[in-house]
Write a protein that binds this ligand. Structure first.
Ligand code: SAM
Ligand code: SF4
Length: 329
């Protein structure tokens, strides 16, 4: 039996957060200072993560993405990749990183079996990068993207959060960057997962506006003909065939009804949605020597009660207590 919820959605895709720590402080994800990080003993070990994945595989798990916090601050992450890549049913392992430590780890991650990388970079202007991340490191991110391409990662994608009043000027430069480098740029509408609780719809730069800017300043785009129905991004190409753009329109065009994802936080809490208000404590089960069947039952029960959608666009919406870095994006 696949991992089904009450709306008939099948769950094959797991996001694993390996840490809530980070070496920068993006305003839409973390507070600027005084972050209370999880105690290191609270983090799942790579062996515990592997066990959770092996229990999920017979339930239909096929795709994994490693995330955080910043996953590369666990400097031996390649050891986890190696363990997961050895599970034959796992068809796809991806990583989302801010890229700061990527140049030094790209080769060992590739050798461990990782092939897909998303690097988050919201601005090609270094001054704006520092304003958003509240840290330095722009050059290292660019170096990280270049190393990933050189080592052979395919695809290399860049994630850029789209924020009204802040990143409009970055849209066209990113469009040109996509055309020049072959990297796909994925714009992500700013979602209410910031630690400062400052999100508002008026701060979201919407999909249709991003497309308008690209069309006006570069040239029109056409939708890609083959699109994965479960992928959150709508994919486009410039009409001359050079340069790919993805847009994750989580706010203006929610894609909850095609969602196939579930998540485990760095401290071992299972979440059936990025915006869940409830969690299942898998770490306690793993550490109490619960049987595989008992953990599998807990996974099924969590997915079964998944809500229809995130409700960001309704008055009922409640922002989760955990900001993005602590959930795992
Ligand atoms: N540290 C890694 C990174 O930045 O790529 C991985 C974790 S980060 C939470 C994963 C992705 O979530 C990043 O691409 C980041 O830009 C995105 N993200 C974080 N907070 C967001 C928010 N409030 N709205 C939209 N995207 C967000
Ligand atoms: Fe760190 Fe990624 Fe969050 Fe930025 S988005 S603060 S890089 S975890």
């Amino acid at each position: 039996m696949p991992l089904l919820d009450s709306f008939g959605r099948v769950h094959t895709n797991l996001r694993i957060s390996v840490t809530d720590r980070c070496n920068i402080r993006c305003f839409y994800c973390m507070p600027a200072d005084n972050v209370q990080f999880m105690n290191r003993r609270e983090l799942l070990t790579f062996e515990e993560i592997e066990r959770f994945v092996r229990i999920s595989v017979p339930l239909g798990l096929r795709k994994i993405r490693l995330t955080g916090g910043e996953p590369l601050v666990r400097r031996d992450l390649h050891r986890l990749v190696e363990k997961l890549a050895a599970i034959p049913e796992i068809e796809d392992i991806g990583l989302t990183t801010n890229g700061i430590l990527l140049a030094e780890q790209a080769q060992e991650l590739f050798d461990a079996g990782l092939r897909r990388i998303n690097v988050s970079l919201d601005a090609l202007d270094p001054v704006k990068f520092e304003k958003i991340t509240r840290r330095t490191g722009y050059e290292k991110v660019i170096e990280g993207i270049q190393s990933a391409q050189r080592v052979g990662f395919d695809p290399v994608k860049v994630n850029a959060v789209a924020v009204r009043g802040l990143t409009e000027d970055e849209v066209a430069p990113f469009g040109r960057f996509a055309r020049e480098t072959g990297v796909e740029i994925r714009f992500i509408e700013f979602m209410p997962l910031d630690a400062d609780n400052n999100w508002g719809r008026d701060k979201v730069l919407f999909k249709h506006e991003i497309l308008e800017i690209l069309t006006r300043e570069i040239m029109p785009l056409v939708p890609m003909s083959e699109q994965d129905p479960h992928a959150p991004a709508s994919e486009f190409q410039f009409v001359d065939g050079v340069g790919r753009i993805g847009i994750i329109a989580s706010v203006s065009e929610p894609f909850c009804m095609s969602c196939d994802r579930f998540r485990i936080t760095a401290d071992g809490k299972l979440r059936n949605c990025l915006f869940s208000l409830e969690e299942t404590d898998v770490k306690a089960m793993l550490r109490d020597n619960a049987a595989d069947a008992e953990i599998a039952r807990a996974i099924r029960e969590s997915i079964a009660v998944k809500k229809e959608g995130h409700e960001i666009n309704t008055a009922r919406f409640v922002q989760p207590d955990r900001p993005m870095h602590s959930i795992g994006g």
